[in-house]
Design a protein around this ligand. Structure first.
Ligand SMILES: Nc1nc2c(ncn2[C@@H]2O[C@H](COP(=O)(O)OP(=O)(O)OP(=O)(O)O)[C@@H](O)[C@H]2O)c(=O)[nH]1
Ligand SMILES: [Mg+2]
Length: 285
């Protein structure tokens, strides 16, 4: 798990004008960070909640979540970096904000200094839990723009560290690795499973994978059967069966390699081979 301390996040937020909180439309409550949202608003930054991967949920479900976020007074935009839904709208919102901001700053008394320092640019920081689609979202925004959106020279290769992209003349975006501190992992193993980092980095992938399988079966009874052709509903037996079918066994005792199956399940949750989504609490069909 890539842990970053809140002080580091606070510093990055301070350097930004807009913060995009990228959450997963399938699991909005578990992939949002109220602490991050509170911090961004307290610092007077523009917060945009990006409900990404909305191609993986029915439209009514996505809109239901947008309504809930709106009712909290938050700006929430449905996007998919796959179907490109919402990408133009998000880009338009950010650019409109960047323009109004540079106009306001130009008229401000200290504008000359500010223009010299920033060149009148706005910075949008993209944050979120691992694998919510932060990098894909930036790529989608770049694809829409065409030329001139390459990474800013000197920024690191991929999302190990923070990487900057020019989206428009007056708008830069900063990609960050999924690294929000997970605070309630001790009390809520499901939240931990949903938010957990790349499965390769987990010392124990079995527990989070079991929580994901249970959650999948609650919200989509066919999820496990569709993904693996396995009918049992006991999470350990599911992992055993996956390992057996793929021929993953311990050399020493021939027992199925549960860890390898567990990593597969976590990966399949992120890439949506294991399919389920959580409807908003008061959703009616
Ligand atoms: N279906 C679907 N999949 C998506 C979407 N956005 C991202 N993904 C998939 O989600 C996985 C993670 O995407 P990334 O863009 O690497 O996520 P990230 O938030 O940058 O991940 P980290 O940098 O590791 O935190 C990949 O398998 C993507 O293909 C989307 O809108 N729809
Ligand atoms: Mg990334």
């Amino acid at each position: 798990m890539r842990i970053v301390r809140w002080e580091q996040i606070a510093k990055m937020v301070d350097g930004a004008d807009i913060v995009l909180e990228v959450i997963d439309a399938r699991e909005p409550e578990y992939t949002r960070s109220r602490r991050l949202e509170g911090h961004v608003l307290k610092r007077g930054k523009v917060l945009m909640v990006v409900l990404n991967k909305c191609d993986l949920v029915p439209q009514g479900i996505a809109y239901g979540w947008v309504e809930r976020f709106s009712a909290e007074g938050l700006t929430c935009i449905c996007t998919s970096s796959k179907s490109m839904e919402g990408i133009d709208r998000l880009r338009g919102l950010m650019l409109r904000y960047a323009r109004s901001r540079s106009r306001a700053r130009r008229m401000h008394a200290r504008s000359a200094l500010w223009m010299a320092v920033t060149g009148g640019k706005s910075v949008a920081l993209v944050v979120g839990y691992p694998k919510t689609g932060k990098s894909s979202l930036i790529n989608a925004l770049r694809r829409r723009h065409g030329a001139g959106t390459s990474p800013v020279p000197g920024s690191p290769g991929y999302t190990r560290g923070v990487q900057a992209f020019r989206i428009a003349d007056n708008l830069y975006m900063y990609d960050t690795p999924g690294m929000l501190p997970v605070e309630i992992e001790h009390v809520d193993p499901v939240a931990y499973a949903v938010r957990c980092a790349a499965p390769e980095e987990l010392s124990d992938p079995v527990e989070p994978a079991c929580r994901l399988l249970e959650r999948a079966l609650i919200y989509n009874p066919d999820a496990v059967k569709d993904a693996y052709g396995v009918s049992t509903t006991n999470p350990y037996e599911i992992l055993e069966e996956i390992a057996r079918r793929r021929g993953w066994f311990y050399r020493s005792d021939g027992e199925p390699l549960l860890e390898e199956a567990a990593r597969t399940v976590i990966r399949d949750y992120h890439n949506a081979r294991l399919r389920f989504y959580i409807p908003p609490p008061d959703h009616h069909h």
